[in-house]
Design a binder for this molecule. Structure first.
Ligand code: TYD
Ligand code: MG
Length: 461
């Protein structure tokens, strides 16, 4: 009898090796190889799993003969969720929703499932994490009511596919993809082989029957989707849930979307009756801003197509230990180090021996360079112990020479600031358009700046 062949599979990137290695040769992850029985993926093995997106399988079609499908999007009944999806759910699309435990993935999908069951017909919610009773008791708080929502507490992939075949739902939700396992596949549930197999089979089901499908994915401690990066390639859309459990607001961000803009985001608030969309996030993020406190600045950022004003706070204090600490939350640590160096070298601030803490209020993260100016201003304001005027907002990328560079979507940022009641907006000189200036005259003064020094002169004198 043949000995079953085994391979070692990296749980981070999915690459295979015939023998065990301490470090994955492909992605460099340590101790990530796990022994699995080598087996052809069931999907690859059988031609029966072939699927066609439309039309007869396998035949090429002429571009000009393919009709454009209009009004294809289905609404989830939750504005903010539709927004991150790029305007609603695309039929037959596979969407992965990732996030830390307890952040609200199941809650959001159950709400969407209930809404869609009411509008487009039966929805199958398959959970490997909770029993039907648990889901129902959550549903009671979310007022699911009498919608044709089918619950299935199941982890076996084949059973889930059978139920999809039987119920013929208009939407499928699988919570979570890490709990699903295929009987045809020998490795343990949650291993990369199983997760990829489950995702692939569900992809076939989604595309073949044109059923939109949501998969819930767990994230690891370092914030990436547990195990399979490979999963991100399989699905059409990848959404991440962000936010801190200590705050009530949650942000859902699109990091990959075949049918819409990426880095689009939806903002929600967790309430006793589930997640509630927040139509005006700037207002929420600025709600608790202190007045006349040094170290606080408001920056205009743009996430996807949406401008959001957020408060950045900085605290600079003399270090009691030899090495100064630099802590950033909500912005990149490296970027902070760079900005502090610019402040020292180009604006003459002395930060050696000082601890610097920077935080984006409300647990938001901003990663675009246009936030540089706000971060610098907050730090400088704390160093000089002078408050930035309450009605001033700012944006601009800062270069290594201390120059303030133009950024994209400047008009969008300025309008949001004016709308939120800011009277003055510090922005890159290069972005000032006379037409905008005239239009906003009397409402919001646009101040063009070229260097960091100029900005600090405007703000702190
Ligand atoms: P959940 O959706 O179970 O998180 P995930 O599926 O991402 O693990 O979210 C559960 C959290 O949300 C839990 O801490 C309780 C809270 N919650 C509310 O505050 N209000 C509600 O109406 C519901 C259903 C949950
Ligand atoms: Mg859950």
């Amino acid at each position: 009898m043949n000995k079953p062949r085994t391979v070692f599979v990296c749980q981070e990137c999915g690459s295979q090796s015939p023998k065990w290695l301490g470090r994955c040769a492909e992605c460099g992850a340590w101790n990530s190889l796990v022994e699995e029985r080598a087996q052809e993926s069931a999907a690859a093995a059988a031609g029966a799993h072939r699927y066609a997106l439309s039309g007869p399988a396998g035949s090429a079609r002429l571009y000009s003969e393919i009709a454009i499908e209009g009004s294809a999007r289905l609404t989830t009944g939750i504005d903010e969720f539709d927004r991150v999806l790029g305007g609603g759910v695309v039929p037959g699309s596979l969407v992965l929703l990732g996030g830390e435990p307890g952040i609200g993935k199941s809650t959001l999908l159950l709400q969407a499932a209930a809404n869609m069951a009411r509008t487009i017909g039966p929805v199958l919610y398959s959970s490997g994490e909770e029993s039907e009773h648990q889901i129902k008791s959550r549903g009671e708080r979310l007022a699911v009511g009498k919608a044709p929502l089918y619950l299935l507490a199941e982890t076996c992939l084949e059973r889930i596919l059978e139920e999809i075949e039987r119920i013929k739902p208009s939407l499928v939700i699988v919570d979570s993809v890490q709990t699903v396992f295929s009987q045809k596949f020998q490795s343990a549930p949650g291993s990369i082989g199983q997760v990829r197999e489950a995702a692939t089979q569900l992809l076939f089901a989604a595309k073949g029957r044109n059923i939109p499908t949501f998969l819930v994915g767990h994230v690891t401690k370092d914030g990436s989707l547990a195990g399979p990066k490979a999963l991100e390639h399989v699905v059409d859309t990848v959404l991440y849930f962000e936010g801190e459990r200590h705050h009530s607001h949650r942000v859902v961000r699109a990091v990959k979307n075949r049918f819409g803009a990426i880095s689009e985001l939806g903002v929600f608030e967790m309430t006793s009756a589930g997640l509630r969309p927040v139509p005006n996030p700037s207002k929420m993020f600025l709600a608790e801003r202190p007045s006349n406190a040094p170290g606080s600045a408001v920056l205009c950022s743009v996430e996807g197509s949406r401008p959001i004003l957020v408060e950045v706070q900085a605290l600079v204090s003399t270090s009691t230990y030899g090495t100064a600490r630099r802590t950033a939350s909500g912005i990149d640590q490296q970027r902070l180090a760079l900005l502090l160096a610019v402040l020292e070298k180009r604006a003459g601030l002395n930060l050696i021996g000082d601890d610097v803490f920077v935080n984006i209020a409300g647990g938001m993260t901003v990663d675009e360079p246009a936030s540089d100016l706000g971060v610098l201003a907050a730090v400088a304001s704390s160093v000089r112990n002078r408050a930035i005027p309450l009605t001033t907002a700012m944006f601009g990328e800062v270069g290594l020479a201390g120059e303030v560079r133009g950024t994209a979507q400047a008009a969008l940022r300025v309008r949001e600031a004016a709308q939120m009641g800011f009277r003055r907006c510090l922005m890159p000189e290069a972005n000032i358009v006379p037409a905008d200036r005239d239009e906003l005259a009397g409402e919001c003064e646009l101040v063009g700046i070229r260097t960091v020094g100029e900005a600090l002169d405007h703000l702190l004198t």
